[in-house]
Structure formats: C-alpha cells, structure tokens
Design a protein around this ligand. Sequence first.
Ligand SMILES: [Zn+2]
Length: 110
Amino acid sequence: MSYTKKVLTEAKAVIDLNVRRYYWQDATDYEKDLKSAAADLMDFLRDHRSRDGYSIDIETTYEELCIYCHRTGEDDDETGEPLCCRKAMERWQADEYCKLAMHKEGLDHA
Ligand SMILES: [Zn+2]
C-alpha cells in the first residue's frame, strides 16, 4: 500500500527472569514463581549479588500506518481502497488512475 509506511509505534524494556513454566503449572501458579524471581532480582539490584540468566530486551512494535493521518491503514477488502482518510483515498485513486493509464499504454504498444 503506497499510502502507508512502517513506523515504530511502541517500545518497552522486558526483563527475562529465566523462570521456567512447568507443564503442570497454571498461570496463577506461574505468576507466583515470576513474582518470587522478581523479588530476587530486586534483592540482587540492592546487594549486587551474582545472578545468571537475567537479560533485558527492548521489545518493539511496528505498524503500517497511513502517512497522512497516522492511523492504521485499513482498506476495503475487495478494492484495496483506503478507508482511513480523504487524503489516502485521493492518493489511492491517483495511483489506480496511473496503473490504468500505464496498462492502457501497454496495450496500445502491443
Ligand atoms: Zn489516512
């Protein structure tokens, strides 16, 4: 889609506490283990005690957003025409017109 651009919309730091979830654990049980490991990490930060297996990752989210209104570039399922704003629709219509004109020119030269 020519009227959209891939842009960074979200970034967050995620700390992997290296806690394994066992097959017999439900989410509540696993949450307890995570909270315990988080408390351990806070102890570590306070005491500088050695811990292996910790890592901090930056998670990023990219989305295709309309270059005009910066919303998610939704389009009509059948035609592909953008639905987010008038500028995107005008751009799409101009692109479609160009494609038709180029196609017609190709046919004329054939
Ligand atoms: Zn738009």
